[in-house]
Design a protein. Structure first.
Length: 279
């Protein structure tokens, strides 16, 4: 995990390289689309700022109803770039986590965001080159600043990586579960890390991966990373700022994973509520 020191355009936060082992999981073949996200985001239920249903009654309503969901957005969150078949954007990591909880309640299967290690493992798909397609043509595999016409594009329209995953390079950057650090933690003995997860202790910064339609090609490399910032919600007119929307991050989305091994309830809660009480 990480990039070699001689990789062109490499940044220091992509290392030090480390050996990682991740447990089996399934991953969405493309980013979550508006078609999938809007039933979670747009409801006619009255909600508190934290997303709780004002009139929720556990004796009457089911587990799906009990999941906190976004308050209504103050503007159209696709910003005119397209909806059906296009990736959902502008959500906070908290909103993406709660979507995973909502989806889990809907389906009876546990879904969450990928860890940063899982994301890079899936992106590389067994490769060690800067991009999963080696020396191939980036225009055939990803959407970035020069070819995107200043907007995101429909998911799955570029060639997939060797494991059949689309849009791992570009289109929209993707949330992971990890807190961002300027360097990777590594074991003192140089051993293999098993399922590493840098658990967030603060709200910012947290890691997005993959680069986007707004980025130059170097930010689409398999090892490229970016930490989130409260500047991503400068346009938000609300005080306090919304828990749910990054109105200045129209290039940030996410995809989901489903681990083969079902975790404990405590582990589920840790993933779905990693923003709880954080500032």
């Amino acid at each position: 995990m990480g990039s070699p020191e001689d990789e062109p355009e490499r940044l220091e936060d992509e290392g030090p390289r480390r050996k990682v082992k991740v447990s089996p999981f399934w991953m969405g073949k493309h980013e979550v689309t508006w078609d999938e996200y809007e039933p979670f985001m747009m409801t006619e239920v009255r909600r508190e700022k934290h997303g709780g249903w004002t009139d929720f009654d556990p004796a009457t309503h089911d587990a799906v109803d009990g999941v906190s969901q976004p308050t209504p957005p103050y503007t159209e969150m696709s910003f005119g770039m397209g909806q059906s078949g296009y990736p959902a954007v502008c959500m906070t990591q908290h909103a993406a986590n709660k979507y995973c909880q909502w989806l889990s309640a809907q389906t009876g299967h546990f879904y969450r965001l990928p860890t940063e290690a899982e994301w890079e493992y899936a992106c590389r798909a067994g490769t060690t080159s800067a991009y999963s397609f080696g020396e191939g043509d980036l225009d055939e595999h990803g959407w970035y600043y020069d070819n995107s016409n200043d907007k995101y594009q429909k998911v799955g329209t570029k060639k997939p990586n060797p494991w059949g995953l689309h849009d791992m390079h570009g289109n929209v950057s993707e949330w992971t579960t990890d807190a961002y650090g300027e360097a990777y933690p590594v074991p003192e003995d140089g051993g293999v890390l098993i399922n590493p997860w840098t658990v967030p202790e603060r709200l910012y910064p947290r890691v997005v991966r993959g680069g986007s339609w707004f980025d130059d090609p170097d930010r689409l490399r398999s090892a490229a990373r970016l930490g989130s910032s409260e500047d991503w919600k400068q346009q938000d007119p609300q005080l306090p700022k919304s828990l749910w929307y990054h109105t200045d991050a129209s290039w940030v989305g996410f995809r989901v994973v489903r681990p083969v091994e079902i975790p404990t309830l405590e582990e589920m809660d840790a993933h779905w509520n990693s923003a709880r009480g954080k500032r």
